[in-house]
Design a protein around this ligand. Structure first.
Ligand SMILES: Nc1ncnc2c1ncn2[C@@H]1O[C@H](COP(=O)(O)OP(=O)(O)OP(=O)(O)O)[C@@H](O)[C@H]1O
Ligand SMILES: [Mg+2]
Length: 406
């Protein structure tokens, strides 16, 4: 049998297995798409989901590709994605030309689309959305056999869907407040020039909880530092609250940080000879219109611990003091780099409950973590690989901190 066909059938098998093993339908769809991309040879893939409460507008809810599709959407009939949803007929462009579908070109700005397949996605009652495949892995065109398998797989996913109640997305993106395009970051160490970031495109939306995941060294902290104005990109653009800051001087970046961003790290960095209140009061003199130390400590549920010194508190309590310290400046965004990495399960949950409360009050949060379970709390999960955004997932049902288990 043709080698590509063998790998295609293997992909189908794996995708079926992934669906069978998954704990939830969302996991099934995500794992199914990933298994197919890995084995069937497609480079990128998107699951578009119809919003029944809004004229069936199709929104992306999971995608593997380096562009940020979050704000893209299509009405039924609009572009290949919308047409396929309306007609329930697959559209195949194994050699894609930009005139075939300008919307696809716009959706994938920055990606050279040479092959595109769009398959309707439905359960036994209803048309639910569509799944889009872009390119063969490495950038070439999909073969007919690979396209056939992709199509079969989507049909399978639809059947799985029929057995479940499907959920509508709770989160809809608000205003973009921070945006990076084509961001790279190189570090010069003698003759070696490691590239920590290789072209990152990402928007951050007001009020969202965004979790950044990925293997050690993939560039998470580097990206967080750029988003927080602690570091400059080597190339690419960085925009915050409508202001272009890619080439901003140190003074402008310091102002951006001071006025907008709160940082939380794995280590709490509290002054050991000052109690909780004094640790916060130290900051109050540095920021304009600070919150009172008492108010900040109440928010993190430490109203009864104000007089305690760091050595008299648990790790979770100390981390909550450091969160209160970040809150003192009333930040619009909090950037947290592995805030629970040094904590045990119980104290991590205490910290996450506080984070949940702060997000609930409208603060945007970007959190780097190695803990997959925390993803369940996020509005969006961004996975990085080798200095790039690899996949993004929009959560259709958010878990509360108290529901997480590890
Ligand atoms: N100041 C620096 N000088 C030289 N190389 C650096 C510097 N900072 C980061 N790097 C390199 O850039 C890459 C990305 O590092 P980064 O700290 O962003 O990874 P990370 O995803 O946060 O990893 P971890 O999960 O281990 O914290 C790594 O290869 C790292 O060695
Ligand atoms: Mg890091």
């Amino acid at each position: 049998m043709d080698k590509s066909l063998v790998s295609a059938y293997r992909a189908l098998n794996e995708a079926q297995g992934a669906i069978a093993r998954a704990d939830s339908l969302d996991d099934a769809l995500r794992d199914g798409l990933k298994a197919m991309l890995q084995n069937c040879g497609a480079e990128y893939g998107v699951i578009w989901y119809a919003d029944k409460s809004n004229k069936n507008r199709l929104h992306p809810y999971f995608w593997v590709c380096p562009t940020d599709l979050t704000s893209r959407s299509h009405l039924p009939g609009e572009g290949a994605v919308g047409r396929v949803f309306r007609t329930q007929k697959t559209e195949r462009y194994l050699s894609f030309s930009p005139t075939d579908d300008p919307q696809t070109v716009e959706d994938f700005a920055g990606v050279n689309v040479v092959s595109m397949l769009c398959v309707p996605f439905s359960d036994d009652r209803d048309s639910l959305g569509c799944i889009q495949f872009i390119n063969r892995d490495g950038g070439g065109s999909l073969s007919e056999e690979e396209a056939d398998v992709c199509e079969m797989m989507v049909m399978l996913a639809g059947l799985a869907m029929g057995e479940n109640e499907y959920l509508q997305s709770q989160w809809s993106p608000g205003k973009v407040i921070v945006s990076v395009r084509g961001v790279t970051r190189e570090f010069h160490n003698g003759d070696v020039v490691p590239r920590a970031l290789k072209g990152v495109n990402l928007d951050v939306y007001e009020g969202e909880f965004l979790v950044l995941l990925g293997e050690s060294g993939c560039g998470k902290s580097t990206l967080l530092n750029i988003l927080g104005g602690m570091d400059h990109p080597t190339s690419g653009t960085f925009e915050c609250f409508g202001e272009e800051l890619s080439n901003a001087d140190q003074k402008t970046l310091t102002e951006y940080r001071r006025d907008n961003v709160g940082f939380i790290f794995q280590s709490y960095n509290l002054m050991p000879n000052l109690n909780a209140r004094q640790n916060l009061e130290l900051i109050a003199s540095l920021v304009p219109k600070p919150m009172s130390a008492d108010e900040a400590l109440e928010i993190v549920n430490l109203g009864d611990r104000k007089e305690n010194y760091p050595s008299q508190m648990s790790g979770g309590q100390q981390q909550r003091v450091s969160i209160a310290r970040a809150l003192m400046k009333r930040p619009r965004i909090i950037m947290a780099d592995e805030p629970t990495a040094a904590l045990d399960y119980t104290t991590s949950i205490e910290v996450l409950e506080v984070m949940e409360k702060i997000i609930g009050e409208g603060t945007t949060m970007i959190m780097v973590t190695h803990n997959e379970e925390i993803c369940r709390m996020a509005d969006r999960v961004v996975r990085m690989r080798g200095g790039r955004v690899h996949e993004v997932s929009v959560n259709r049902r958010k878990a509360h901190a108290s529901e997480l288990v590890w």
